[in-house]
Design a protein. Sequence first.
Length: 112
Amino acid sequence: MSIRYRSLAFVVLAGSLYAATIGLAGELATKEPEEVADEEKIKWAQAAKISLIEAIRTATMHTPGQVIEAGLHAIHGRLLYEVEVVSKDNRVVELLVDPQTGKLIQQGELKK
């Protein structure tokens, strides 16, 4: 598959994920893997250019600590790796990593 068609396929997938997320019920902003069919999970996996291991590595380089949860999610219509880390100073931190570039998108402390 050429780069042009892969890019088009990703745009279509991203648009579908956005529409599906918005259409679910306004208040639902995140689609957990448990909530989607296997076909959609396969599309998510095919759209990701970096692995979950690489996303975890990026997250823990930024916030060293113990990873307690990690996965690929549709968040506000965007496909992102979500990595939760218990930091060395005992805060639970959520880090979002772009599955296309491997770059850290957002980091924030989770409310207790």
